[in-house]
Structure formats: structure tokens, C-alpha cells
Design a protein around this ligand. Structure first.
Ligand code: ZN
Length: 276
């Protein structure tokens, strides 16, 4: 499985099977970790205990999985870091709301107010230079329980930058947001969803996972509140990751659309999550 995911990630292909596995890994990571953790062994007296390793250091029993032809290297990146996550496991009506390009002094508070009204947690992909300009808004987003994530420092097209510059864009933003919140960044989104091998690798090396989206109402183009609303409501399905924008221009249409479609989705039984 590790090799398959890595190959998928390098080629930037996302098969249906890969997507399901990626999503399942993310959603169930904690549970799997608990299940796979070795049970603590009581200290047993070791007869003739010469150079016998401690029971705590012994390898846990391997789960019954097909053997790999090559042993996985210990430094291999986690498989769910390889390719962007485009949707969640669609087990029920769980979806993820994402809000990009802020914080913005006008539209971010408006979005926060709506999310608070409906008790919805979202993931905010912040631009570093906006976060540096509005540190109070960064803290407020975190204080209200939303998940902060990395959307580069200056929102460039990463496909046309040398690796050192890509690394600077991501690292600088992660550092700032970690200092503001006390938490490491776990998710990264490339501006425009324009991924590259380099940005995916740097994202992985900085300890983040790449997140895309599956529902894009193109709100940034300001097509009108009703268009944004209908695009979301028509396209959404269990597991969707919905793209919204609270920065980069006048986002009043996005704010109005959120106010319209959120109660509809809630009435339809949708629940919202911000992947950890
Ligand atoms: Zn963006």
C-alpha cells in the first residue's frame, strides 16, 4: 500500500481507490494508531538476561498484511502525504468547509459570524502576509475553534518557482501560524490548486499534508450569490471538501452565499468537520 500511494502521489493521479484509502487513513488515523500500538508488556524476569533487549523495545507483532517485496524504509513519508486529499471518506453526510486567502479585516469576521451562528467548524487556509498584517484575526479564527492551515506566504503560482522559494513560501507561513497558535500546521493548499512535484515534496518535508477540494463554486470570480449557492448545493455530496474565499477581493457574495447554503445543508442532514 505504501508504494502504491507514493506512486499515485508522484504522478498526481487520484484513483477512486486511492482517494478512498487516503480519506480513510486521514479519518481513522488516530484509531488505527491506537489499535496498532503494542500492548505494554509486564516486566518479566529474564533468565540469563545477557544482552536481552527490553520488552518495551521489542517490535510489536505485525498485522496480517501481505508481505512487501521490499521493506519500507524507516524514513518513508506517510502515505497520506503523497497526493492531495480531494474529499473525505463518504461514509455519511460529513463534509468539510474550507475558506481560502484570508484573513481579511472585512470578510473574515463576517464568515466567522455565520459559522458561529450555525455551529460549523471550518479550515482556514491563510496567506502568510495577510496573517502577518492581521494577527488579531488569526488568533480569533483559532479561538473560535477553526483549523488554521497554510496557503503560502504571498499566494504565488508555485509551479514556476525554484524549490528554495517554494520552501520559503511554505516554511515562513507555517512558522508564523505556529507562533500565533502554538500548533504546528498540518494542512497545506497550493494557490489555485496548482500542485507540483516540488510543492508536494516540500509540503511533506515540512510535516504537512496537501488538501485540495471537490466542490468549487468559483466564488472568487463573483458570479453572483445565487450562482455560488446553487453550485454548492448542486455539487455537494457526502465527503465533499468545499472551497470558499474570504480574502483576495470583495467576498460579500461568498458571505451571502454561505448564509444561504449553510442552513439548507444542515436541514438536509449534512455535518461539518475540519480535518485535524
Ligand atoms: Zn488561494
Amino acid at each position: 500500500m505504501l508504494s502504491d500511494h507514493q506512486i499515485i502521489g508522484r504522478r498526481l493521479l487520484l484513483s477512486v481507490a486511492g482517494l478512498t484509502l487516503l480519506s480513510a487513513t486521514t479519518a481513522c488515523g488516530t484509531d488505527q494508531a491506537e489499535q496498532l500500538a503494542p500492548a505494554p508488556s509486564p516486566a518479566q524476569p529474564q533468565p540469563k538476561a545477557v544482552n536481552v533487549p527490553s520488552p518495551a523495545l521489542a517490535s510489536p507483532p505485525k498485522p496480517a498484511t501481505p508481505p512487501q517485496s521490499t521493506p519500507p524504509p524507516s524514513t518513508a513519508p506517510r502515505p497520506h502525504n503523497a497526493a492531495p486529499l480531494f474529499s473525505l471518506a463518504a461514509a455519511d453526510k460529513l463534509v468539510a468547509l474550507t475558506v481560502d486567502d484570508g484573513p481579511d479585516p472585512v470578510h473574515t469576521p463576517a464568515v466567522l459570524s455565520i459559522l458561529q451562528q450555525y455551529g460549523v467548524r471550518a479550515t482556514f487556509f491563510l496567506i502568510g502576509e495577510n496573517a502577518a498584517e492581521h494577527p488579531g484575526l488569526v488568533r480569533e479564527i483559532a479561538r473560535q475553534g477553526h483549523h488554521l492551515a497554510n496557503h503560502t506566504w504571498s499566494h504565488p503560482d508555485l509551479r514556476h518557482l525554484p524549490e528554495a522559494k517554494v520552501r520559503d513560501e511554505l516554511e515562513r507561513t507555517s512558522d508564523l501560524l505556529r507562533e500565533a497558535t502554538g500548533k504546528p500546521m498540518t494542512w497545506f493548499r497550493a494557490p489555485g490548486g496548482d500542485w507540483s512535484d516540488v510543492s508536494l515534496r516540500v509540503c511533506n518535508e515540512l510535516g504537512m499534508r496537501p488538501m485540495g477540494w471537490s466542490v468549487d463554486p468559483r466564488d472568487w470570480a463573483r458570479p453572483g450569490t445565487s450562482r455560488i449557492t446553487s453550485r454548492v448545493l448542486d455539487a455537494i455530496r457526502p465527503g465533499s471538501i468545499v472551497l470558499n474565499h474570504d480574502g483576495g477581493g470583495d467576498r460579500s457574495q461568498t458571505v451571502a452565499a454561505l448564509r444561504t447554503y449553510l442552513p439548507v445543508l444542515i436541514d438536509e442532514g449534512y455535518r461539518f468537520t475540519a480535518p485535524a
